[in-house]
Write a protein that binds this ligand. Sequence first.
Ligand SMILES: C[S@@+](CC[C@H](N)C(=O)[O-])C[C@H]1O[C@@H](n2cnc3c(N)ncnc32)[C@H](O)[C@@H]1O
Length: 386
Amino acid sequence: MPDEQTPAHRSVVADIRANGPITFARFMEIALYGEHGYYSSLTTPGTDYATSPQMHPAFGALIAGYLFKAWQALDEPDSFHVIELGAGDGILAEDVLETISTGAHDDFADALVYHPLDIRPRGSTRPVDDFSEPTPVIGCVISNELIDAFPTHVFAIRNGEVLELFVDADHDSTLRFVEGHPSDGGITDRVGELAQYLPNTYRGEVNLAIRDWANDVSAFLQSGYILTIDYGHPRETLYHPGRSEGSLRCYQSHVLGQNPFRDVGRQDITSHVDFTEIDNALKSVGIEQMAPLQTQRDFLFDLGIGQYSEHLRRSTALGSREQYARRWMPELRALNSLTDTRGLGNFHVAQHRINAPNFDLLGLETSPVFPLPTLKRHHLEHLPYD
Ligand SMILES: C[S@@+](CC[C@H](N)C(=O)[O-])C[C@H]1O[C@@H](n2cnc3c(N)ncnc32)[C@H](O)[C@@H]1O
C-alpha cells in the first residue's frame, strides 16, 4: 500500500476507476485545484515554497515603478487597471498598493485599479470569475509564478516518437505512469519536431493551458502590457537532451521532491515554463513581444534595485553591530535573494504589449520610482535560508 492515501489521492483513484488512465494534466488539476487539492486547502502562505513577493516588499515597490512607467507610456489614462492573475495570498498586491499610496504620484494612485485574482483565492485576493469591470480595459496583466502552476501533460520520447504518459492506479491504488498515444494533437505540435534530437529515455512536459491563458489575457486587455515572471526557459533550452528527466518539481516544507504521486494534495507540483510558447500563444491573439526575455536579476536592476541595495548598505554603516544583526542583515539578505542567480534571480521575465507603445527598460538601470520599503511581518516569516 502507498504510505498514506490522502483525500486527494482517493479522488484521483476514483477518477481513474471511472474513466481509465488519466492525463497528468487531469491528475494535477485534482491534486492542486480539486476539492482536496493543494491550492484548495492552502492556509499558511510560504509553508512549502517562498516566492519573490513573500521575500521582500522591494519586489512590489519595483513592480509599482514598472506599472507607473506603463501608465505614463499609455498617456496617463484616468483609469489604469492592473489584473494580477494567480495573486495567491495577495502580498504583491498589498505591497504595490502600499508603495503607491505612500509615494509622490497622486494622479497615478488615483488612476490605478488593482484586481488581485486567483482561481483559489486566499487572503485579500478574489475569484477570477468575480472580475466585473466591463472588458477590455486599459492597463496591465501581471503574474508571478502563475504559469508554472498550470496543469501540464507529460510526454516521453520512444524511438523518435512522441508518446504521452498517463496516470494509472494499481489494484492497491498505487499511482504510476503508463504510456499511450498523445491525448491532444497540441502535444505533438509542440514537441514533434524536437523528437528526433531527444534521447530515447527523454521525458518532458507540455503546458497546453498557456493557450487558454493567452485567450484570457487578450479578452482582458484593450491596450497595455503583459508582465510575466516565472521560472523556465526558451524552448530550445527547456527541451534540451541534457534535461532528459523533464522539469516536474514538487515542494513540501521547502524540500524539493520529484515524486508527484507522494502525499497527493499536500505538496505543490510545478513545471518549468516554455517561454517560447508564451510568445507564440500571445502572438496568436495579436499580442506582441516588447522586450527580449530577461532574467529577474537583470529586470530588477533595470528598475533600480541596485540603488535600493546601495541605500541599505549605507544605512548598515551607521548603526551598531547589534542593529546591523537585528535590523539590516535580514533586510539585505531578503533583498539580495531577489537577484541571487542561484534562485529567484534566475527566473525569467517576459514583457508583451497590445495597442501600446514600447517602453524599453533594457539596460537602463534607472532610479527607482518609489522609495525602498522595509520588511513587514508577512515577509519576515519567509526569510531566505543560508
Ligand atoms: C505558486 S502560486 C503563486 C502565488 C503568487 N503569485 C506569489 O507569487 O506568491 C500560483 C497561484 O496561481 C493560482 N492559479 C493557478 N491557475 C490559475 C488560473 N488559471 N487563474 C488564476 N489563478 C491561477 C493558484 O491558485 C496559486 O495561488
